[in-house]
Design a protein around this ligand. Structure first.
Ligand SMILES: Cc1cc2nc3c(=O)[nH]c(=O)nc-3n(C[C@H](O)[C@H](O)[C@H](O)COP(=O)(O)OP(=O)(O)OC[C@H]3O[C@@H](n4cnc5c(N)ncnc54)[C@H](O)[C@@H]3O)c2cc1C
Length: 484
């Protein structure tokens, strides 16, 4: 190959109507030369469509973070699992990278692929079966739809994220934490079976009992060993209503003490918390807890609040339907979209802080943090129990309890100097927490080196490497995570 052709990633037959044989990386354009077709095998017919138009490619180069932009050369909207098999085998032959994109709610390019192929999972969105204790869904289904469907049979997944417009495949690739995590673990702990297309283009079924190595490499596996195409997720009986308690605290130690108390005795179904700016400057703390119930079984307020030392008179108690409670972010998101803030850059940072370090770290942050540092984005702080976590690649600090501490920043004003400052702040806080024995929850906007990943996955680094060698030997999958 001469210099010019070697700069081409040679493809063929990608677009049904025209024979596209290559992509010139420098020109960022397709090469269509009929004369050269003989050196290319043709891609088998697909059930879905491969798009190469600018609008589709540009859309796939943006995520919720709106910080990193990598333009793919093609976007597959699969019509079947077999399409994913074909595209991965094709990409492997031609040394092109591939990643699945769920809802693109990552914050730092995780679902993007420079000059590669993005697979838009949202076209694989069938809910196949709702049984008495499980639901079988395509990975492109979003949790809000899944929940609406299972609720028709009085059932719910045990754990849901705060925002329901995330894809099943997207959250199962990272973990999936929420207010019920102290009881049921993360979403990956509630998966019974997966269907996966590996980096070699094989379709494999895996579970705790079958093909376990793949199962544990894919759940919270950041898309490194396979693309989840179908999942069987546990269901439990759902209540119809929710009583929501909002309790305010002026003092961090009292707040975390009460949070630990309520997750230990499990008096609530749902426990989260936030750090909230005071009008007068400084911060106070909000314990958000909820009891799910179906009338006539009404939650007993005095039992639920017994022994809690929130600032008296600040408590707010509200009733919602179970679905409206879980879907409570929807109106806020609609508002943020309407004023354009939803598309501002979002340099988010989610950390898991060791129990013993949480007061020190959070009070240090609180002493220096201003609203400008988060662009008024929410700051989450709540404990979870590590004994509920079963999956090795979901990494949390040692100890029975760890805290999620999340600075969900919006770059406001949305310019590069705000973003750069927030990214630097993310890195500094990550390092401080790491040095205390903490971890990041890898959905963040943070620069992360090979060494950082090695440390993140230790002592399961070798396990991940061996899984990667076995299931994605040519390193085709999910480059946007920046691991391999
Ligand atoms: C508003 C908002 C609220 C959030 N709330 C929570 C929360 O409460 N709890 C929580 O845990 N997280 C939360 N997150 C983070 C979120 O769970 C992750 O960013 C998740 O990965 C996003 O899902 P997605 O479908 O948009 O995935 P994408 O951003 O599209 O993809 C995420 C990563 O997974 C890979 N991937 C996607 N689909 C598949 C698949 N089928 N198989 C293999 N790999 C795949 C992608 O290539 C990418 O690397 C929130 C994010 C936002 C923006």
């Amino acid at each position: 190959m001469n210099h010019h052709t070697s700069r081409r990633l040679i493809l063929k037959g990608l677009v049904a109507s025209a024979i596209v044989i290559g992509f010139d990386v420098c020109e960022r354009s397709w090469v269509t030369s009929a004369s050269a077709t003989s050196i290319f095998e043709s891609l088998p017919a697909l059930d879905g469509v491969v798009y190469t138009d600018n609008a589709t490619l540009t859309a796939a180069s943006v995520d919720f973070g709106n910080i990193v932009h990598r333009q793919p050369i093609a976007v597959l909207k699969p019509g079947s699992i077999n399409d994913i098999v074909q595209i991965i085998q094709f990409a492997r032959r031609h040394q092109i990278k591939v990643a699945a994109r769920g809802q693109g709610h990552s914050t730092y390019g995780q679902p993007q692929v420079e000059a590669g192929i993005v697979i838009e999972m949202s076209t694989l969105n069938k809910i196949h079966f709702v049984g008495t204790d499980r639901v079988v869904v395509d990975a492109g289904v979003v949790w809000s739809r899944l929940l609406q469907q299972t609720l028709q049979q009085g059932l719910t997944p045990p754990v849901l994220t705060d925002y329901l417009e995330l894809s099943v495949g997207g959250t199962l690739s990272v973990g999936g934490i929420g207010g019920a995590t102290h009881r049921y673990g993360v979403q990956v702990d509630n998966v019974l079976e997966l269907e996966v297309v590996t980096g070699t283009g094989q379709i494999e079924t895996c579970s705790q009992w079958q093909n376990r190595h793949l199962f544990t490499a894919v759940l919270a596996g950041l898309g490194q060993c396979g693309i989840i195409v179908k999942a069987t997720i546990k269901l439990i009986p759902a209540a119809t209503n929710t009583r929501v308690f909002q309790l305010y605290y002026d003092d961090l130690a009292t707040f975390t003490h009460d949070q630990r108390l309520v997750i230990n005795d499990e008096r609530f179904d749902y426990v989260e918390g936030q750090m909230i700016a005071k009008d007068t400057g400084g911060w106070r703390y909000l314990l958000e807890a909820a009891s799910f119930y179906s009338p006539p079984n009404i939650p007993n307020k005095s039992l639920l609040l017994a022994g809690l030392t929130y600032t008296q008179g600040t408590e707010q108690i509200e009733d919602k339907t179970y679905f409206d409670f879980l879907n409570r972010l929807a109106p806020t998101v609609a508002f943020l979209k309407s004023i354009g803030v939803w598309s501002y850059p979002h340099p988010w940072l989610n950390l898991f802080v060791p129990n013993s370090a949480v007061e020190t770290l959070v009070s240090e942050v609180a002493a220096n943090l201003t609203l400008a540092d988060t662009g008024q984005g929410p700051i989450l702080l709540y404990p979870v129990k590590t004994k509920r976590f079963q999956l090795p690649l979901f990494r949390v600090p040692k100890g029975e309890i760890v805290f999620l501490f999340a600075l969900l920043r919006t770059a406001d004003p949305p310019n590069s100097s705000t973003v750069t400052k927030m990214l630097n702040d993310n890195r500094k806080l990550f390092e401080k927490n790491r040095d205390l024995g903490g971890y990041q929850y890898p959905v963040n906007a943070i620069s992360f080196s090979f060494q950082d990943w090695k440390q993140h996955f230790r002592p399961f680094w070798r396990y991940l490497i061996s899984a990667k060698r076995r299931y994605d030997p040519d390193n085709v999958l999910t480059p946007g995570q920046g691991i391999f």
